[in-house]
Write a protein that binds this ligand. Structure first.
Ligand code: SF4
Length: 331
């Protein structure tokens, strides 16, 4: 039984200005499942729809973003709820933060610099649980911070007194204080130097191993996925084009876009040049017909311009959406 099952999800930004309507198809027909106790990575270049996808999954849907179709079934306490249609009150009281928490992109910058860390924790705890007893609240925070290897005295500090890495750890500590079943982390290591990045990733891994929960990790950094994720999905122009176990995605990628991403990674000792893809990611307000990757794909054929490739199941956990993959499977 998956923890979260996303089926044919479509989420668009619809805007209207000076009489001109515009629809940006940021997430277009996306399906995947998250299992309990795994780290699932979503990779892809900027503006491919990754952040919109996790905004929708976390229930942070505000106009002009709208869900246009599909379902997101989240299973907890023996019941299924569709995040797309759950009442906002149920989302706030039962799911957000306690079941699904979200470490937003640049979340270390959202800590209010003039509030002590203790007050920030107080706000989160009051909003989602409410613990009147001061000593209980203090014990909860201290025990949680200690478990994450953070000094409990940090509660006394102001965010501006902390390093970027420490602020990111605080953001992760806030997101995990109620031991949620699903932690969504959007680019949690962006803007951190590599040494600090390693510490933050290790923290996420430790939390996941300790609590056996599920982490949905979104980053454009393939090296992070290689180090942390159990399975990886590759997104391009609002859709998932390949998904599989991390070792398969890195060892035997099947989609030309994934192959390019892997081939462009630096290899120690290899001084050869890495070629860039021609062109730029498509404008999602008017995506290309057929396969959205066709204007940049070195292997594109006539059919690619006309027909959207179906997702082909290559193995139990490996699937890719490409006409060439389909042909190979049929041969
Ligand atoms: Fe390239 Fe065609 Fe495959 Fe798209 S369907 S990735 S254009 S070969």
């Amino acid at each position: 039984m998956p923890l979260l099952s996303v089926k044919n999800l479509r989420a668009y930004y619809r805007t209207e200005a000076y009489g001109i309507s515009r629809t940006v198809r940021a997430v277009d027909d996306v399906s995947f499942e998250l299992q309990k106790n795994e780290i699932y990575g979503i990779a892809g270049e900027s503006s491919c729809g990754k952040t919109t996808l996790i905004k929708v999954i976390s229930g942070s849907i505000k106009p002009p973003l709208r869900i246009e179709g599909g379902t997101m079934t989240y299973t907890f306490d023996g019941r299924d709820v569709d995040i797309a249609s759950v009442a906002p009150e149920v989302m706030r009281r039962e799911i957000r933060w306690k079941e699904i928490s979200y470490v937003m992109q640049g979340s270390m910058s959202i800590l209010n610099p003039v509030r002590r860390v203790r007050r920030i924790f107080r706000h989160v705890v009051d909003t989602h649980q409410g613990i009147d007893d001061k000593r209980k609240f203090e014990a909860l925070c201290r025990e949680h911070l200690k478990k994450l290897g953070l000094p409990p005295d940090i509660l006394q500090a102001y965010p501006h007194q902390l390093s970027g890495g420490m602020k990111q750890r605080i953001a992760i500590a806030l997101a995990t204080i109620f031991r949620p079943s699903l932690i969504i982390a959007d680019e949690p290591t962006t803007a951190l130097d590599v040494v600090v990045q390693r510490g933050v990733l290790q923290l996420l891994k430790d939390i996941q191993a300790e609590s056996s929960n599920t982490v949905l990790l979104v980053t454009h950094d393939m090296a992070v996925h290689a180090n942390v994720a159990d399975r990886v999905a590759i997104m391009y122009a609002g859709t998932i084009v390949e998904e599989g176990p991390t070792e398969v995605i890195f060892g035997a990628p099947q989609h030309p876009y994934t192959q390019h991403l892997i081939a462009s990674l630096p290899v120690i000792g290899d001084k050869g040049t890495r070629s860039a893809l021609p062109g730029a990611p498509p404008n999602l307000a008017s995506p290309p017909s057929g396969c959205r990757f066709h204007p940049r794909c070195p292997m594109a054929k006539e059919i690619c311009r006309r027909v959207v490739p179906s997702m082909i199941q290559l193995d139990t956990l490996h699937r890719a959406a490409c006409h060439l993959v389909g042909e190979r499977e049929e041969a």
